[in-house]
Design a protein around this ligand. Structure first.
Ligand SMILES: [Zn+2]
Length: 310
């Protein structure tokens, strides 16, 4: 059997994205505005350094243009062998509902910004809010992209998101988030080549889809937030199950390593995100333990680019 692989990726969604999800109005202008790139990113660099692994960072193009300090940190990581990939230009949650030209612009502007920062053209994409469609995959293939990693076939995540969005709508403050086509719940858990007109089914020969990790059968999501919030026994169980797959595509978010006090995350957001109420030391310990478990299980760390092109 070929060696099992673990690909760690970090979506660098800015604090402003979470303001849109929770309908909190104008995003903060203080240190929290750039906290994900300036404060959280260096913590990920240390974490990955400790475990001697290279990761994939999904970068929002507009943030690179706006923040020279964040851009320099990312350029450093790229020089160190980490992968920078495309997470759209402005992280619109309705990305999958945009017209084809508008979608192309979101891809192309971020592509240019990431390429300039990394010194190499990105070959991977992750859609904002995980919703992808056939047009987007077609645009990515035409631009030479080798993989997409947007498919997130977790019933638990989908159900929780639908519930929160419904409650927010009923309360008269609709979320800026977007609920994907429920067909995603039947998508393959393993890497596959999507059918040209049905991105959640295999059957094509083009771009590779690398779904985000969920457990077999129950399809519980195994991502940073679930690992940080789960009790230790459940976290260890989820990780050991995920490590049995040929590829454990472990998705983290920049905000997973926020320190709400030190990074001056506004209380309104902390009140809505339980992970922001966990101490940074707890979150680091959960991720440290997970990465150590992967190493102990004999898995090999890979970037998504290496996996898709190797
Ligand atoms: Zn995102």
């Amino acid at each position: 059997m070929p060696q099992r692989q673990v690909a760690v990726s970090v979506d660098l969604d800015a604090v402003a994205c979470y303001y849109r999800i929770h309908a909190l109005g104008e995003p903060p202008t203080g240190p929290a505005r750039q906290a994900v790139l300036r404060r959280c990113l260096p913590r990920f660099a240390d974490l990955f350094g400790r475990h001697d692994l290279r990761a994939t960072f999904f970068v929002v193009g507009a943030d690179l243009e706006e923040d020279a300090e964040g851009r320099a940190l990312l350029a450093d990581l790229a020089r160190g062998g980490h992968e920078l990939a495309n997470h759209s230009h402005t992280h619109r949650y309705d990305f999958a509902r945009l017209s084809r030209p508008a979608m192309a612009e979101e891809i192309d502007r971020a592509h240019a910004a990431v390429a300039a920062c990394a010194g190499a053209a990105p070959v991977g994409f992750r859609a904002p809010g995980y919703a992808i469609n056939a047009d987007a995959l077609d645009l990515l293939s035409a631009r030479g992209y080798r993989y997409d990693s947007s498919v997130f076939p977790s019933a638990a995540y989908y159900g929780a998101k639908a519930l929160v969005m419904g409650a927010m709508r009923a309360a008269g403050r609709p979320s800026g988030s977007f609920l994907d086509n429920p067909r995603v719940l039947l998508a393959p858990r393993r890497p596959y080549r999507p059918a040209p007109t049905a991105p959640y089914r295999h059957g094509g020969d083009g771009i590779l889809e690398l779904p985000i990790a969920v457990t077999p059968l129950a399809r519980l999501h195994v991502i940073g937030t679930s690992l940080i919030l789960a009790p230790a026994w459940l976290r260890r169980h989820l990780v050991s199950v995920a490590l049995r797959a040929p590829l454990f595509n472990l998705e983290l978010h920049g905000i997973d390593l926020a320190d709400a006090d030190a990074d001056e995350i506004p209380p309104a957001l902390v009140a809505r995100q339980p992970d922001l109420r966990r101490p940074l030391a707890h979150k680091l310990a959960a991720l440290d333990e997970t990465l150590a478990a992967a190493r102990a299980a004999g898995s090999r760390f890979t970037t998504l680019r290496q996996y898709a092109t190797g």
